[in-house]
Ligand binder design. Structure first.
Ligand code: ZN
Length: 230
């Protein structure tokens, strides 16, 4: 991960500040890019039904014509149940530790946060490298929290686009800034290992507030994360 405290952008932001003052940010955010269709910001902690998972693991082996009692498969339902439990019951720790900001209008960018998730359409894994940027107002988010937030939302059945929305919502809520950018680039096993079987990188991004309004801010964010993706 990288943390950029960007002086060049600070200059731009001060120049533009007067123009931003009257900006109706709520109106801006309701213009087709914000929360509406995203199910949740706060992820409810989930628990697996472990005995049911064990039984399902055994049932899965039977359904694909295997013998769950044969050498090499006896422990497989348990390993499979353990893997699901580890994925679903992931504990991200404290997410919202903030520090008072000594200066405002500074762009903070963290990039290269690799998360693994599971596609909700095919129940197959995907990974994504997540970059997050925001313009600090009065609160700076602790560095490790970016990764924790990204990991929290990755540890559920997911879509890459929804993952970006949920991360953006959380950053916006915790840092109290409307200026948030999230970009994810990922590879999906449902595309690589089945179906069309073509390796491809999928990119999805959310640009809010100044990142949506100002070309300079958007380009600065993209420049800072350039080269930090797979
Ligand atoms: Zn899929």
């Amino acid at each position: 991960m990288w943390l950029h405290a960007e002086s060049k952008y600070t200059k731009i932001s001060f120049e533009c500040k007067e123009k931003w003052k009257d900006m109706n940010r709520n109106q801006l955010r309701s213009n087709g890019q914000s929360n509406g269709h995203i199910a949740q910001v706060e992820r409810q902690p989930k628990q697996v039904d472990y005995p049911r998972l064990l039984a399902l693991g055994r049932e899965l082996l039977l359904a694909i014509g295997e013998d769950p009692e044969r050498e090499g498969l006896r422990e497989t339902p348990r390993r499979w149940a353990d893997a699901w439990r580890e994925f679903i019951e992931y504990d991200p720790g404290t997410l919202d530790t903030c520090f008072e900001s000594i200066s405002t209008d500074q762009m903070v960018v963290v990039s290269g946060v690799r998360v693994w998730s599971v596609c909700q359409h095919h129940l197959l894994p995907f990974w994504a490298d997540v970059s997050i940027g925001y313009i600090a107002t009065d609160r700076i988010l602790g560095l490790s929290k970016f990764a924790r937030i990204a990991q929290q939302y990755a540890h559920q059945l997911q879509l890459q686009e929804q993952l970006c929305y949920q991360i953006a919502d959380a950053i916006e809520r915790i840092t109290r800034t409307p200026d948030v950018a999230v970009l994810a680039q990922g590879q999906h096993l449902c595309m690589v290992s089945r179906g069309i079987k073509t390796p491809a990188i999928m990119t999805s991004s959310i640009m809010r507030g100044i990142f949506r309004e100002k070309h300079e801010a958007r380009m600065e964010f993209l420049r800072l994360i350039e080269g930090n993706h797979a």
